[in-house]
Ligand binder design. Structure first.
Ligand SMILES: Cc1cc2nc3c(=O)[nH]c(=O)nc-3n(C[C@H](O)[C@H](O)[C@H](O)COP(=O)(O)OP(=O)(O)OC[C@H]3O[C@@H](n4cnc5c(N)ncnc54)[C@H](O)[C@@H]3O)c2cc1C
Length: 433
C-alpha cells in the first residue's frame, strides 16, 4: 500500500521502519529540517570555536526499552557502543541514595534497597514492605490514585530521595498529580521484571544519530521517500484515498505531537462528511484535552580547573531557587578524546524562563557541587511530555477509515517516553490493512 507518515520523530520513524519491513511504499513528511522531533540533536558552539552536538534535552533510556534497542539494531546502530550502560543509580553528591548491584531482578532491587547509603534501617524496610505490597497487587492499583497517595506510608526521606526523583524523571509529573497506575507499571517493567531492565542507558551520540537519522537512511535505501522541511497543514478524504497536496495515499499515519494532530484533523474535518467528521472531531477533543509539562536542559561549562563528578549522573536536591533534579557529566558519558567540560542540568516540570533559570542553575552548581559554571546553551521544551495524571483518557490509535495515529501520547501503559513512542509507531504500522 501507499502509506504517508506525517512526522519524523521517534514514533514516525519506528512506523516507517516497520511499514517498509512489511513491504509498503512509504513517504515520510517532516516539518523540520532536522529529524527526531522532541528527541533530536542540537549543535552547540563552544567559546574555543569547536562545534559539538548535544540534544534538545538530556535523555535517559533504560534496559527495559526493548523496542528502542531492537529498532536501533535493525537500522545499524550498535546499542553497546552508542549507549553507556550503568546500573540504576540515584546517588546524590554526598553519595547517599540507591545503587542497584549487577544481579538478576528482583534480587538487585532488594539488595540495592538494603544497601542504600544514608538511609536508616527503618526506611529501607519500609520501602521493601511497600514494594512487597505492590508486587502482591500485581503492580496495579485504582486508576484514580496519585503517586503521593500510593506512597503515603513511606518516610519523607524516601519520598525526597527515591520516589520523587524517579517519578519526575519517568512521568515528568509531580507526585501529587502523577498517575500511580502508570508509575507502578514503570517500576515493574523498569526495576522488578527483567535482569538489566533497570540499567540506565545514556546516549553517547546525539539523539538524532541514535535512531531517526539512521532509520531515515535505512528506509531510503529500501525505496521509501523522506520529505524533511515539508509541513502538512491539511489532508482530505476522497474515497478510497487520503489526499495530501496532489498525492493520494491508501493509508495515513499521523505521527506528530498531540496538539499538532488535533489542529491538523480539526482543519481536515471541516471538509469531511457526516460520520467521518464526527470521528475526527471526537478524537481531536481527547487529543486537545491533554495538558503538557515542560523540561529544560541547561548545558553549562565548568570553569577551569575541571574536577570530574563522582558519577556520570548525579541526583541533586531541588528546591525553589535551585531547580535542577539531575546533573550529567557529558565527557564521562561520550568518552570523547576532546573534553568539553560540559555538564547538562535537567529541570523536569520546569516553569522558569531562560535567564533566571540559567542564573538559578549556576547558583545550584556552586552550592551543591562546589563548581563555578557558565551556561552555554539552554533548551526549554515547553510541551515536552503530556502530564501523566490519574484516570487520564488518551486518544486511541485508530481515528477514521485509513487514518491512524502514533506517538508517545497514544493510549498505552507508558508515560511519554521514547519507548512508548516507538512501540506506538511499530503497532500503527502492524495494524495497516
Ligand atoms: C527535554 C525532554 C526530555 C525528555 N527526556 C526523556 C527521557 O529521558 N527518556 C524518555 O524515554 N523520554 C524522554 N522524553 C520524551 C521523548 O522525547 C518523547 O516521548 C518522544 O520523543 C516523542 O516522540 P514522538 O515521535 O511521539 O513525537 P515528536 O518527537 O513530537 O515527533 C513529532 C514530529 O512531527 C513533526 N511535525 C509536527 N507537525 C508537523 C506537520 N504539520 N507536518 C509534518 N511534520 C510535523 C515534528 O517536527 C516532529 O518531528 C523527553 C522529552 C523532552 C522534550
Amino acid at each position: 500500500m501507499k502509506i504517508a507518515i506525517i512526522g519524523a520523530g521517534w514514533a514516525g520513524m519506528a512506523a516507517a521502519v516497520r511499514a517498509v519491513e512489511l513491504g509498503h511504499d512509504v513517504t515520510v513528511f517532516e516539518a523540520a529540517r532536522t529529524l527526531g522531533g522532541r528527541a533530536r540533536g542540537v549543535p552547540l558552539t563552544l567559546p574555543d570555536g569547536r562545534e559539538v552536538m548535544v540534544d534538545n534535552g538530556q535523555h535517559i533510556l533504560i534496559g527495559a526499552y526493548t523496542e528502542c534497542l531492537r529498532l536501533m539494531r535493525t537500522v545499524g546502530v550498535d546499542p553497546e557502543s552508542a549507549l553507556l550502560r550503568l546500573p540504576l543509580t540515584l546517588r546524590h553528591v554526598d553519595s547517599s541514595g540507591l545503587r542497584l548491584p549487577d544481579l538478576p531482578a528482583p534480587l538487585d532491587a532488594a539488595l540495592g534497597i538494603l544497601g542504600a547509603r544514608g538511609w536508616r534501617w527503618r526506611e529501607r524496610l519500609a520501602l521493601l514492605r511497600e514494594a512487597g505490597r505492590w508486587r502482591r497487587a500485581g503492580f496495579s492499583c485504582d486508576e484514580q490514585l496519585s503517586v503521593a497517595t500510593l506512597c503515603a506510608r513511606l518516610p519523607p526521606r524516601l519520598m525526597a530521595e527515591f520516589i520523587e526523583p524517579l517519578c519526575v524523571s519517568a512521568l515528568n509529573t509531580p507526585v501529587a498529580e502523577a498517575s500511580a497506575r502508570v508509575f507502578l507499571r514503570v517500576l515493574h517493567d523498569g526495576v522488578f521484571a527483567v535482569s538489566g531492565g533497570s540499567n540506565l542507558l545514556l546516549p553517547r551520540i546525539d539523539l538524532g544519530a541514535l535512531f531517526p537519522q539512521a532509520a531515515a537512511r535505512w528506509v531510503t535505501a529500501r525505496g521509501a521517500t523522506m520529505r524533511p522541511g515539508q509541513r502538512i497543514d491539511a489532508m482530505h478524504w476522497q474515497a478510497p484515498h487520503w489526499h495530501i497536496g496532489e498525492q493520494a495515499f491508501d493509508r495515513v499515519i499521523l505521527a506528530t505531537s498531540a496538539p499538532v494532530a488535533a489542529q491538523l484533523l480539526t482543519r481536515s474535518a471541516e471538509h469531511a462528511a457526516g460520520t467521518a467528521a464526527d470521528a475526527l472531531l471526537g478524537w481531536c477533543q481527547l487529543a486537545a484535552r491533554l495538558r503538557h509539562q515542560a523540561i529544560a536542559t541547561v548545558y553549562a561549562q565548568v570553569d577551569a580547573p575541571f574536577r570530574p563528578l563522582a558519577a556520570p549522573m548525579l541526583a541533586l536536591r531541588p528546591h525553589r531557587n535551585e531547580p535542577a533534579q539531575f546533573v550529567f557529566e557529558r565527557d564521562a558519558i561520550t568518552q570523547s578524546s576532546q573534553p568539553t567540560r560540559l555538564l547538562a542540568f535537567v529541570v523536569s516540570t520546569s516553569r522558569g524562563e531562560r535567564v533566571p533559570l540559567e542564573a538559578a542553575v549556576a547558583l545550584q552548581a556552586q552550592r551543591q557541587l562546589g563548581l563555578a559554571v557558565t551556561p552555554r546553551l539552554s533548551v526549554i521544551e515547553k510541551r515536552a511530555t503530556f502530564a501523566c495524571t490519574p484516570g487520564l483518557q488518551r486518544p486511541a490509535r485508530a481515528i477514521a477509515p485509513g487514518l491512524s495515529a502514533c506517538g508517545d501520547y497514544i493510549d498505552g501503559p507508558y508515560p511519554a517516553t521514547l519507548e512508548g513512542a516507538v512501540r506506538s509507531g511499530t503497532a500503527a504500522a502492524e495494524a495497516l490493512q
